[in-house]
Ligand binder design. Structure first.
Ligand SMILES: [Mg+2]
Length: 264
């Protein structure tokens, strides 16, 4: 009996220890299971690849049809994560641990500079570069991730993979200030991203209904000056449902996600 009690105590302590780093299946709810399912889609669905190719085909047609408005050199501004580089290995790693994104594990991932290019990204960027267009990478990776980010872009020989063309987050996650810096010297002919704030400050930290209303107003831009890549795993679409309070407990996030489902 005494042995059984000791064994039970050890098991209880071990379970508690696990709970501090890993959520139980119930706690994971839609959040972790949903991200796992979305990661399977990103890594295995030919439809995901087709959407990426479709986006870069639209970018190419748009570039070919572009009529300059100024004499400034031409630039394309692109986001990096889930637009040019595929971080689904990180998402898969975290879902195996039963965890969501956190900054330290993300740094460990980006520090490896091992993200592969999104289907069609390298071919399009090289095509744009061959037409004399410079590529500026505006990303909300932290500025401390700059050496590994440049190294990752260089690994796949992507154009303009250097310190001057990679503008990471310093004080603010809003990208408008960095777009304006590029506009001072270049005419931005196209924006590419997986998250609507990659295109306009009108999406910065907006509610879900506001984001949807604004996307309706921008309908004619998509596939023209705004080239959108699919990202079912994360983004402001998710953050807006938590009112951008990413530290919200998993159970509350789960309720927030379920609360917006339309059903009958
Ligand atoms: Mg992105």
């Amino acid at each position: 009996m005494k042995k059984l009690l000791i064994a039970s105590f050890i098991l209880f302590a071990a379970c508690r220890g696990t709970r501090t780093t890993q959520l139980s299946s119930n706690e994971q709810g839609m959040l972790i299971h949903g991200k796992t399912f979305a990661t399977v889609y990103q890594q295995s669905a030919a439809e995901y690849r087709a959407l990426c190719y479709q986006a870069f085909n639209a970018a190419r047609w748009s570039l070919d049809a572009f009529k300059p408005k100024t004499n400034k050199p031409k630039a394309i501004v692109t986001d990096i994560d889930e637009t040019i580089l595929d971080n689904s290995d990180y998402a898969a790693h975290m879902s195996a641990l039963g965890k969501d994104y956190d900054t330290e594990s993300w740094y460990q991932w980006t520090n490896q500079a091992n993200a592969i290019p999104i289907p069609g990204a390298a071919a399009f960027l090289h095509y744009a570069s061959s037409k004399g267009v410079e590529i500026f990478y505006i990303s909300n990776r932290d500025d401390r991730e700059k050496p590994s980010t440049v190294a990752n872009l260089k690994k796949y020989n992507l154009p303009n993979a250097d310190e001057a063309h990679v503008l990471l987050k310093k004080e603010t996650s809003g990208k408008e200030g960095r777009r304006q810096i590029v506009s001072q010297t270049h005419e931005i002919i196209m924006l590419m991203g997986d998250n609507l704030p990659d295109f306009s400050a009108l999406y910065d930290k907006k509610t879900m209904p506001d984001r949807n209303r604004q996307s309706d107003l921008h309908a004619s831009e998509f596939g023209q000056t705004f080239i959108v890549l699919p990202n079912p795993v994360y983004g402001d679409w998710e953050g807006s449902l938590y009112k951008y309070q990413y530290g919200m407990p998993p159970a509350k996030k789960d309720s927030a996600l379920r609360s917006i489902l339309r059903s009958y």
